[in-house]
Each structure stands twice: as structure tokens, then as C-alpha cells.
Design a binder for this molecule. Structure first.
Ligand SMILES: N[C@@H](CCC(=O)N[C@@H](CS)C(=O)NCC(=O)O)C(=O)O
Length: 250
């Protein structure tokens, strides 16, 4: 089986697919792309869409982490990504969908909001990546690229603040899935691989880590992505974070 995965360093759905490939034991080459530039490269190599993860496998091109999961399951059924039992599978697919459609984007917006205000931390998110240009140069000259990335992801103040407000409710759902065994069970499944990287990415933000680190969701992240690349020093306004801290203890 010949496989090449196109990723952006530290992209959470890209890490999700890397975990799925490892689970399946499918050896895969990796091409690291710079954000924004990635869109043109993906088109140039023949993908119809402009997002990573993008997988070329045995001549086929597949994008979107959930679609890639299903293609991997079709090509190599064992070990499975989806439970055999229909009810368990439905629960896992619901968690996976939430991971993709609801959990991925708020943290992506917060990260781009951070890069827009200080792009130096981008260096740490590219740890170990082969981008074809020295990372220091990319960061120094990356102002226009960051502005575009932030614009594509609509990382405005209003949206970043709204993203923060969504996190506790989303993490409560992940915690509940960990507690009822849909996630973080003995047999890893597609929802574990989808969700763990999003929580892992949250943990790279110094502003968020202390607010979430005792949650069951974090046990999931540290099991599957123990060394998530990147570190964003405190950058979010304190008043935005206040609601996440809960009521002050008298
Ligand atoms: N829900 C999609 C999300 C794909 C996505 O938006 N990927 C981002 C990186 S995390 C991307 O390619 N962004 C383009 C860019 O930053 O230029 C999936 O799971 O595949």
C-alpha cells in the first residue's frame, strides 16, 4: 500500500489521521505544508479541496478526516476503527461527528487569534517539520500569511471570545463520553483519534491548560498524543477567560 499524507504541522485533524494510520499499521510518507500556502500546493498535486489532512493512497486522493477514516477502514479492516456492535458504533460516530464539526474549529480560531497577536510561538508548533524553508525565516516574514490564515479562519475578537465560551460545554460532552466508555476504552476507536488531538491542541495554550487539565478529556489527549507540538504563552485577555474559571471561592 502506497500512502502519502499532506499535513500542516500541529494541525489537529492531521494528527488524528496520523494516529489512524498508525493504528492500521499503514506506513505513510508525510509532506509538511505551511498554512495558507498549503491550499495552492494541494490543488497543484491534484486534490479537489484545499484542506489538510489530505491523503494519497494507492493512487486515490481523499480529504477530510472522517472520509479518510472510512477509506482506511475499507482498505484495511483490521484492526477496526469502528466498533462492530451497532449501538456502540452509533455512539462512537456521534462523538466523532461532534469532534469534527464542533470541537475542531473553536481551538483552531483561538490558535489563529494567538498567532495574529504574536507569531513567535508558531516556531514551536512546527517542531520537527520539514517545511522547505528555515522556520525562523518563515516566522519573521510570515506576517501576511498569518493575516490571511486568521482571516480564512475568521479569528476575530468576537469569534475567539465565542470560541472560548463554547469550550466548557464541549469538554463536558467529551468528559461524559470518556466516563461512559464511548471514548478512551480498551480498544481505541475513530472518535478517540478524532477528539484526542483537539484536546491536545487546547493543552498547548498556557491560558487554557490550567483550566482544563483535571478533566477526563485530558486523560484521553495524553494517552493518544502525549507530546503535542507547540506552546502558546499566555495571550488571551483575562476578562475573556474569567467565565471559564468558574465562580470565585469565598
Ligand atoms: N474538518 C476538516 C478540517 C480540515 C481543516 O480545516 N484543516 C485545516 C488545518 S487544521 C486546513 O487545512 N487549513 C488550511 C490553512 O490553514 O491554510 C477535517 O477534519 O479534515
Amino acid at each position: 500500500m502506497e500512502a502519502r499524507l499532506y499535513v500542516i504541522p500541529a494541525s489537529h485533524p492531521s494528527i488524528a489521521v496520523q494516529l489512524m494510520l498508525e493504528h492500521k499499521g499503514i506506513a505513510c510518507k508525510r509532506t509538511d505544508l505551511m498554512p495558507v500556502v498549503s491550499k495552492g500546493v494541494l490543488r497543484a498535486v491534484g486534490f479537489p479541496g484545499v484542506t489538510v489532512p489530505a491523503l494519497k493512497i494507492d493512487g486515490d486522493k481523499v480529504q477530510e478526516s472522517r472520509q479518510i477514516a472510512r477509506e482506511l477502514e475499507r482498505l484495511r479492516p483490521e484492526p477496526p476503527l469502528f466498533p462492530a456492535d451497532a449501538d456502540k458504533r452509533a455512539a462512537v460516530e456521534a462523538a466523532e461527528r461532534c469532534g469534527d464539526e464542533e470541537l475542531q474549529h473553536p481551538i483552531r480560531q483561538l490558535l489563529w487569534w494567538g498567532f495574529k497577536h504574536d507569531r513567535n510561538p508558531m516556531r514551536s508548533y512546527s517542531e520537527g517539520a520539514k517545511l522547505g524553508v528555515p522556520i525562523d525565516l518563515a516566522v519573521k516574514t510570515g506576517g501576511p500569511l498569518v493575516a490571511l490564515g486568521a482571516r480564512f479562519n475568521e479569528a476575530t475578537d468576537e469569534n475567539a471570545r465565542a470560541a472560548l465560551q463554547k469550550l466548557p460545554g464541549l469538554l463536558d460532552r467529551v468528559d461524559a463520553w470518556v466516563e461512559d466508555g464511548t471514548l478512551n476504552g480498551e480498544q481505541p476507536n475513530v472518535a478517540d483519534f478524532q477528539i484526542a488531538p483537539s484536546v491536545g491542541l487546547m493543552m498547548t495554550l498556557d491560558d487554557l491548560r490550567p483550566l482544563i487539565e483535571n478533566r477526563p478529556a485530558v486523560a484521553l489527549a495524553t494517552r493518544f498524543v502525549p507530546h503535542y507540538p507547540g506552546k502558546m504563552p499566555p495571550i488571551l485577555p483575562a476578562e475573556w477567560l474569567a467565565p471559564l474559571r468558574g465562580p470565585a471561592v469565598a
